[in-house]
Design a protein around this ligand. Structure first.
Ligand code: SF4
Length: 179
């Protein structure tokens, strides 16, 4: 892992984890309006999202990898959407489907969130009113490309460094308090 080179075994493990992840991106559908119907179509026999390994739609955030937000999001719903995002396990990704989710759409009013990226980070945006199922496929392929380029070993390294920094900070604080 020195000099940014993961080495043979770590490199192969990285490839294996990425391959597993990108072929099992399970979506959590957060649908509030018409775009949600288009999302449902992606799972139908006609479009068949299982071709990308994403046929298991999960209705619990703890088992989902991709939060698929489709439809209008109001400020009243914003805390719920944020909580669902926070309940998802890492690594997690977000797809914003349709003009309403991406920018508030034509609802220029006090109650509509002008884009879900004001609340949660978004990985892929899909335009359109409504977005077509083909566009959702395109977004999933983009997401797969993104996942493919993410390094599991680098993520682990970063997390371990963060954990150690927290532990050292707590030890120093405890020693300082006792002195
Ligand atoms: S973008 Fe259009 S189709 Fe999608 S939820 Fe908004 S109004 Fe409905």
């Amino acid at each position: 892992m020195r000099n940014g080179n993961p080495g043979f075994f770590a490199g192969k493990l990285d490839e294996l984890v990425s391959w597993g992840r990108l072929h099992s991106l399970w979506p959590f559908p957060y649908g509030t309006a018409c775009c949600a119907i288009e999302f449902m179509s992606t799972e139908s026999a006609r479009y068949d999202l299982s071709r990308l390994g994403s046929e298991f739609v999960r209705f619990t955030p703890r088992q989902a990898d991709v939060l698929a937000v489709s439809g209008t999001i109001t400020f009243k719903q914003a805390p719920i959407l944020k909580r669902i995002y926070e309940q998802m396990m890492e690594p997690k990704w977000v797809i914003s489907m349709g003009a309403c989710a991406c920018s508030g759409g034509f609802y220029n009013c006090y109650c509509t969130v002008p884009g879900i990226d004001r609340i949660i980070p978004v990985d892929v945006y899909i335009g359109g009113c409504p977005s077509r199922p083909e566009a959702f496929f395109d977004a999933m392929l983009d997401l797969q490309e993104k996942v493919k380029n993410q390094s599991y070993m680098q993520e682990r390294k970063k997390k371990l460094i963060e954990q150690w920094a927290t532990i050292l900070e707590r030890i120093e604080k405890k020693v300082g308090d006792e002195a």
